[in-house]
Ligand binder design. Structure first.
Ligand code: PHE
Length: 377
């Protein structure tokens, strides 16, 4: 007792004060008082909870001082046993009290010390907050939007829940048309309204429906691109997803020809790959274009143009997009004079472009929401 101690954090030593006497103290025998004083001296010198636990073990624990006192009772004359038992319990109680008191003191000291700023190192770096990043579909979309905007295109948006008439009818795909089979459609059930086929709602199966909306709203000449999500009731596998992304393009003006379509696609490819990329057209059937094509690009990933590689499956061509000249009937249905104007349209597979760009081999990663995938971008 009366020694100075310092805390583990290295605070200045402070004078020990005597831990307060317990109310049972005065009733203890001289021998028990001696034990209590010894315990108090140790508690006062204790600087950690670990020290306090050790004292508790030595006095109240198995084989400790109190246990020894209790074990000796049967050896005492019967008339002393009661007092001895009570004394041992009081000693235990008194020690528990002073350990509690010291524990509270140590806690208060630690708090006071933390408040002085001891142990605070302003030069330590703080953990950086986790930063989000753009989804690969978003960054590719923005990049393409930039390119097309620089070519004079407007970026349009349209509803994902669409009317049958925009998604099919006005694109020359009437209800009984076999081309509908190419689109496994999610239909929406419209409740509460009287059944009316003009109200048939679906999740758009392509972005081409926004072609119709654009023709309704804009007066030719115009150029638009429409990036967006589309939905099909696919059996999902590595190359088919129920939700994926397309970017539609539509240009309507006087005197447009297939040459303009090819020119637009080549300009676009030159911007993406920073060099001239050869393209070729194959016939393709889509009811809203005539003629319709599949446009392929010379594989930009081959080590030498035309060499063939894994990406193009050694054909040296990659399918870029279906496209074609807007069918005159489609122009007419949207009130555009098809004698005066012609148009071309293309449907870039945005999801596919993203997969090509980052060499992602499974389309399910794109919409899967897996943090381990997303944090790579
Ligand atoms: N919308 C068509 C599809 O998803 C693709 C397409 C777009 C074809 C534009 C021609 C012109 O299958």
């Amino acid at each position: 007792m009366g020694t100075n101690r310092s805390s583990t954090l290295g605070s200045p030593a402070w004078p020990a004060k005597r831990l307060s006497p317990s109310p049972v103290e005065s009733t203890l025998s001289p021998e028990l008082t001696e034990h209590l004083e010894a315990a108090r001296a140790r508690a006062t010198a204790a600087t950690s909870n670990e020290d306090l636990r050790a004292i508790d073990r030595d006095y109240a624990g198995k084989g400790g001082v109190v246990a020894g006192l209790l074990a000796a009772i049967p050896t005492l004359p019967p008339e002393e046993r009661r007092d001895a038992g009570q004394g041992a319990n009081r000693l235990k109680q008194a020690i528990a009290g002073l350990l509690d008191e010291r524990r509270a003191e140590l806690e208060a000291d630690a708090i006071a010390e933390a408040r002085t700023g001891k142990g605070f190192d302003p030069s330590l770096s703080i953990p950086a907050p986790a930063r989000g990043s753009l989804h690969p579909v978003t960054s590719v979309t923005r990049e393409l939007e930039d390119i097309f905007t620089s070519m004079g295109y407007k970026v349009l948006d349209g509803p994902e829940v669409e009317l049958d008439s925009y998604n099919f009818e006005r694109l020359n795909i009437p209800a009984d048309h076999p081309a509908r089979d190419m689109h496994d459609t999610f239909w929406c059930e419209v409740t509460g309204a009287e059944r009316d086929s003009r109200m048939d709602l679906l999740l758009r199966t392509h972005t081409s429906c926004v072609q119709v909306r654009a023709m309704e709203e804009l007066a030719p000449p115009f150029r638009v691109v429409v990036p967006g999500r589309v939905f099909r009731q696919e059996s999902v596998d590595a190359s088919h997803e129920h939700t994926f992304h397309q970017m539609e393009g539509l240009v309507v003006a006087e005197g447009l020809t297939v040459g303009h379509l090819i020119g637009a696609m080549k300009t676009f490819l030159r911007e993406v790959f920073r060099r001239e990329i050869e393209v070729r057209l194959r016939p393709g059937y889509f009811p809203f274009v005539e003629p319709g094509f599949e446009l392929d690009a010379r594989c930009p990933f081959c080590p030498k143009p035309g060499a063939g590689c894994k990406v193009c499956k050694h054909t040296s061509w990659v399918e870029l997009c279906p496209c074609g000249m807007v069918h005159p009937a489609v122009l007419a249905k949207s009130g555009i004079d098809n004698e005066k104007y012609t148009g071309f349209a293309f449907g870039l597979g945005l999801s596919r472009l993203v997969m090509l760009r980052y060499q992602i081999d499974d389309i399910r990663h794109l919409m899967g929401g897996d943090q381990r995938f997303l944090s790579q971008f």
